[in-house]
Every structure is written in C-alpha cells, then in structure tokens.
Design a protein around this ligand. Structure first.
Ligand code: PMP
Length: 395
C-alpha cells in the first residue's frame, strides 16, 4: 500500500536513535539512556495487596467499563493532590489519561491544524514532538538556560509568530536538560501567554522528585486567566506501567479533551484506576516519594561528582535540583551521535541519548542526555570513568 498512507504519516517517523538505544538494552552495556524510574523502588507489595482486594466477586465493577473521564474516586484523590499543590480543584476538574503522554496527544488534537505554530523550549521532550507530529505543527523554539525557558527570547519568538496557539513547557526538572523554570520567569511566561492568547501546556511528571530547595508554584496555580492545561503523572510517583496521569484545565478545555479521550480509547483501565485509588487511600504516597528522593539524590550526586572528577573541563553539564536527567554540552564541532555510535558504544559499551533529536528545528549535534536512575553505583562510576577516558582522547 505504499503511497496510500495519510499525509500526516510524513511527519511520523521512527527516531534515528531507536537503533542505538536498542543496542543500549544489551545487559553488558552501561546505559545512561533510558530515563526509566528505578523499578526496585516500585511499591510492589502494596500494589499487590490492593489488586488482590479488588479481584474478588464483590468488586467485579473494577473490571467493568466506567466513565471516560475516569473513576470518580481517583479523580477526587487527584483533585486533593492538586489542591495541596496550590490549585484548589474538585473531581469534576480532573480528566484521567494514559500517562502524561496522552495529554500531549490530546492537546495537539485540540489546538493544532497542519502548519500551526507550537512554541517549545529548545531543546524539548522528544516524546512531545512524537505526540504532536501527527497534527503536523510548525515549531518556534525558545532558548533555555539554567533558569529554564528564557522569557526575553519567548517575547521575541511570540512577536515573530503572531499566530502561535500553544506553548509546551516542562517547568520542573525538564526532560532533557534537568533545569527548572525560575519564579520570575513563571510569572513572565503567563503574562506573555495572556498577551498572545496562548494555551500553555504545563507538563509536570518530575515535579515530586525534588532533591533540594523548595517547590516553585505551578503555572496552573499562578494562572489567572484559565489558559493553563496542566498535566501530571503517576509514572514517576508510583509506576509507569499503570499508565495513569491526569489533566486539569478550565471546564471548556477539559470537556473538549474528554471528547477526544473518548474517541481515542474510551477510558483508562478501570482496574488500574481502582487499584491506584485504593493504594492512595490505604498508603501514604508522599511518604513513598520521600523514600525515593534520597535514592535518586544520591545517584545524581554520584553522577555529578564523578563527572567533576573525570570529565574534561570543556564538557558543560547541568546540575538539576530534581528529576532524572543531566544534560551535557560538548564543544562546537563535536558530534555526540557519532561519538556514541563509533567510539563509546563499540569500545566501552557505554550509552547515552544523543541530544540532537531533542531540538525541534535545528538539531544541535554537540549535546547528550544522561539519566542516573536505575544504574547501580559501581556501574555508574565505571561507565562515566570509561566515557571520560574516551572524551579526553577525543577533545
Ligand atoms: N512528559 C515528560 C517531560 C516526560 O519525560 C515523560 C516520560 N518520561 C512524559 C511526559 C510521559 O510520561 P507518562 O506518559 O508515563 O506519564
């Protein structure tokens, strides 16, 4: 059927890094590529107990269809979480989705016609570019630094793109850079979004994984004009295999997203929603997160300290206050995809994600994303030391 595919498939392509990451799945390879949460931290026993409690004849409704917005009990618990995080919400303000990722798909379907301008950080989350691709957006990108998206550059970009409809941002511990948007810039971003009548998609999967400092207010909580679509996820709080996230926005936005969700997949798994609601009722999820934080903090510290000790000084790196990623900058002219494919992987069996694919418009080759989650300490130090040795030779 070649030549018969819909035109939108032109923008839907396998990523060039997929093959490299497949190599990274070899158990001999020390991979900083994944960015998966550490599976040894999943609350397996607790989840087993709530699933067992539901899989009995009296709870057969946990295996039944439910409303497409999601189980009311879970929506209420999410609303309480949002309320504690500075944004008073009720169950009716919440749409349960298949992870934050589905929120990105639904947002693009809601806002983007082919050629419409979507504004993103540069670099941005690759999964968002993958989710947006079928709606065929054009991108306008905004410079980022250690304080997140640069709002002066955002102003310039919006003035140059008066038709822009949607701004996508990861304000807390961004993927791929790990940086967090400063307080002042959060306010300025919303001012500019008001001036230019944008929908702001605030994506917050790492928000609870803060290792130092105090939380900054969400864009949702600072928004006075109802233009923030806020996405959250249980993937890093509980487990990504549950495929559970949430969206909240003002009612006319949420209603339309719910219609699109119904069209896409009817509803999330009733059983996973019921089990997660039961887990949240029976156990203290914040205490669970508080047990994970020191583990990830230790990994981050070990990664940064090992880099400080062993890496050439010309390699820059971010120092994230939370989340799972460190972002490297190599000198101009260095190609991180080439270095991975020709030297690091074949010679030292070490992998990262080359940075190029995180740039929506102009792919800069001299960056890489490394994740510290899920790599045992000794392998983490060994892998980085081996990488450093090759870098000294290459730079
Ligand atoms: N947004 C960002 C920034 C992410 O890094 C991820 C996953 N790693 C997601 C969204 C999607 O995660 P999930 O669908 O599992 O919630």
């Amino acid at each position: 059927m070649s030549g018969r595919w819909a035109r939108r498939m032109d923008g839907v392509r396998p990523s060039a890094i997929r093959d490299l990451l497949r190599l990274g799945a070899d158990p001999e390879v020390i991979s900083f590529g994944g960015g998966y949460p550490d599976a040894s931290l999943f609350p397996v026993e607790e989840l087993a107990s709530v699933y067992r409690g539901l899989l009995v004849p009296e709870h057969a409704d946990a295996l039944q269809y439910t409303t497409s917005n999601g189980l009311p009990g879970l929506r209420r618990l999410v609303a309480e979480r949002l309320t504690r995080d500075g944004s008073p919400r009720t169950a009716d303000d919440v749409l349960i989705i298949q992870g934050g990722q589905q929120g990105l798909d639904l947002a693009a379907k809601l806002m983007v016609d082919p050629g419409d301008v979507v504004v993103t950080e540069d670099p941005t989350f690759l999964g968002a570019l993958i989710a947006f691709a079928p709606t065929e957006p054009a991108y306008a990108v905004v410079r980022t630094d250690k304080h997140g998206l640069d709002t002066d550059d955002l102003q310039r970009v919006l003035e140059a793109n008066p038709g822009a409809k949607m701004l996508y941002t990861v304000p807390d511990f961004q993927n791929p850079t790990g940086v967090t948007l400063s307080y002042e810039r959060r306010h300025r971003l919303l001012e500019l979004a008001d001036e230019h009548d944008l929908l702001v998609v605030e994506d917050t999967p790492y928000r609870s994984l803060r290792y130092e400092g105090s939380p900054l207010p969400t864009l949702l909580s600072l928004d006075t004009s109802g233009r923030v679509l806020h996405l959250g996820s249980f993937s890093k709080i509980l487990a990504p295999g549950l495929r559970l996230g949430w969206a909240t926005a003002r009612p006319d936005v949420l209603e339309r997203l719910a219609l699109l969700k119904l069209a896409a997949d009817t509803q999330n798994s009733t059983l996973n929603m019921a089990a997660t609601a039961a887990y949240l009722e029976a156990f203290d999820v914040d205490a669970h997160v508080a047990r994970m934080v020191p583990v990830y903090r230790h990994k981050r510290d070990l990664m940064l300290a090992t880099m400080d000790e062993t890496f050439p000084e010309v390699v820059t790196r971010t120092r994230p206050d939370g989340g799972l990623f460190v972002w490297l900058g190599f000198p101009e002219g260095f190609d991180a995809t080439d270095f991975l494919a020709r030297e690091l992987l074949p010679q030292e069996k070490v992998a990262y994600v080359p940075g190029a694919t995180f740039f929506p418009v102009t792919q800069r080759p001299n960056h890489a994303r490394l994740s510290y989650s899920g790599v045992p300490d000794d392998r983490l130090v060994d892998g980085l030391t081996r990488m450093a040795k090759l870098l000294h030779r290459a730079l």
